[in-house]
Design a protein around this ligand. Structure first.
Ligand SMILES: *Cc1c(COP(=O)(O)O)cnc(C)c1O
Length: 409
């Protein structure tokens, strides 16, 4: 199983470039580059029968992934995450076929492992020795882990108020950690400056072509896990948008390869009320999403005020007949609580947003009772225990009389 990577293609102006040169964005227009493959050749070996015997990791679909040399296919056991039925939530919301793809199982606890695993592996293959990233937290942790795995130097810049667990993870994996007074875009300014001074390779969202290829595996896996078909709708907590963009690309490639038909899921974006540039652009019918001033939400993964791939996200949403919706911080925290208490699923705040979005869209009639709906739980709740109140929990002393132990009943 070898990569059938052929070239890079600009998603805006259509110019093409050689795949084995270190190009980040389109040299002509600055927009997002996509990796392109010989899909006919890939289809000859990436058959359902052949796949059945392969491990469920990032490299399962190697024919349509960019890394050529097997020695560079580093893995920490990511991907192959379960699709869990959510019958109790479904019954409460009036959705008979509600499913949750639980990405919290990935190394470092979020789906960022897929994109950064791919970007780091391909960067290594291209001779890069140090990788750098601005991040709200999860991407930095994932890049740090995969850089350590690949033997590359890692530099991360993240907001000083990014979750302590994620900062600690980066330190633990040996990355150089820069804390920034500001948001992810401010961290981006610092990484860009460092990259031009010191030659770090910047793996910011959609500013190099290969993270999206890692995210693509979510769509490939979803189709395979459902028996080579797609659901009626996907609800995705959207920040920089690589997840939506990657899955949309996955479905197009699978159709060309004859593995799925023409049907596409409705691609549904959910963002927080305090940072909703894509939702605003969707509602205004715009093709681009200008910077959202004063971005603020507890869901750091969705606190992305401006996205370079805005036009690709909006195109996937519109072409698929999807929609874009906001939820408040209180609602997304309620969603995470519901996932945990009703289904036993540890959900990050971003994941909680998809739960409440499903409820709202059913109430509004956008989703029908018999629609098969897949929610992406992009991160584990275990990194967010600070958001769970433990106030007022009783502290028992076995030396006290037993009748005092259960004062609360
Ligand atoms: C980064 C992140 C997101 C946003 O993902 P994109 O694909 O960049 O839109 C959502 N949830 C979590 C937990 C994240 O870390």
């Amino acid at each position: 199983m070898s990569s059938t990577l052929t070239h890079l293609e600009c998603t805006a102006c259509g110019r093409t470039y050689p795949a084995d040169e270190l190009i980040k964005t389109c040299p002509e227009c600055g927009k997002v580059l996509f990796a392109r493959y010989d899909l006919e050749k890939a289809a000859a070996t990436m058959t359902p029968e052949a796949l059945a015997g392969r491990p469920w990791n990032l490299w399962r679909y190697a024919e349509i992934l960019p890394v050529r040399d097997e020695a560079n296919r580093i893995t920490l056991g990511e991907a192959g995450t379960p699709i869990l039925p959510a019958p109790r939530l479904g019954a409460a919301f009036g959705l008979d076929r509600l499913l949750i793809k639980d990405e919290g199982f990935n190394p470092t606890g979020s789906f960022k492992a897929r994109g950064l695993g791919m970007a780091v592996a391909r960067a290594k293959e291209m001779g890069v020795t140090s990788v750098a990233i601005p991040s709200a937290g999860n991407a930095a942790a994932a890049m740090s882990a995969y850089a350590a795995r690949a033997g590359l130097e890692a530099v991360v810049a993240m907001p000083v108020d990014a979750p302590a667990v994620m900062q600690a993870e980066c330190v633990a994996y040996g990355a150089r950690v820069l804390l920034v007074k500001g948001l992810i875009n401010d961290a981006g300014t610092i990484i860009r400056e460092g990259s031009s001074r010191f030659g770090w390779f910047d793996v910011s969202t959609l500013k190099e072509p290969y993270r999206a290829e890692g995210k693509k595996t979510m769509g490939l896996e979803l189709a395979e896990q459902l028996g080579w078909r797609v659901p009626d709708a996907i609800i995705y907590p959207t920040g920089g948008g690589t997840g939506i963009v990657g899955m949309w690309k996955a479905f197009a490639e699978l159709e060309v390869m004859g593995l799925i038909g023409v049907k596409r899921p409705k691609m549904i974006v959910v963002q927080a009320e305090g940072c909703a540039p894509i939702v605003r652009a969707y509602e205004e019918g715009a093709g681009h999403a200008p910077l959202w001033e004063g971005a603020s939400t507890v869901a750091a993964g969705m606190r992305v005020p401006v996205a370079i791939g805005d036009y690709l996200i909006l195109d996937a949403v519109r072409t698929s007949g999807g929609t874009a919706i906001t939820v408040s911080d209180d609602e997304l925290l309620e969603g995470a609580h519901l996932a945990a208490t009703m289904e036993g699923i540890s959900a990050s705040p971003e994941s909680g947003a998809t739960i409440v979005a499903a409820r709202k869209l059913r109430e509004q009639g956008f989703l029908a009772a018999d629609d098969e709906v897949v929610l992406f739980s992009t991160g584990s709740g275990l990194m967010h225990t600070d958001l769970v109140s433990r106030e007022g929990l009783p502290v028992l002393d076995p030396a006290d009389a037993p009748e005092t132990w259960f004062a609360g009943g």
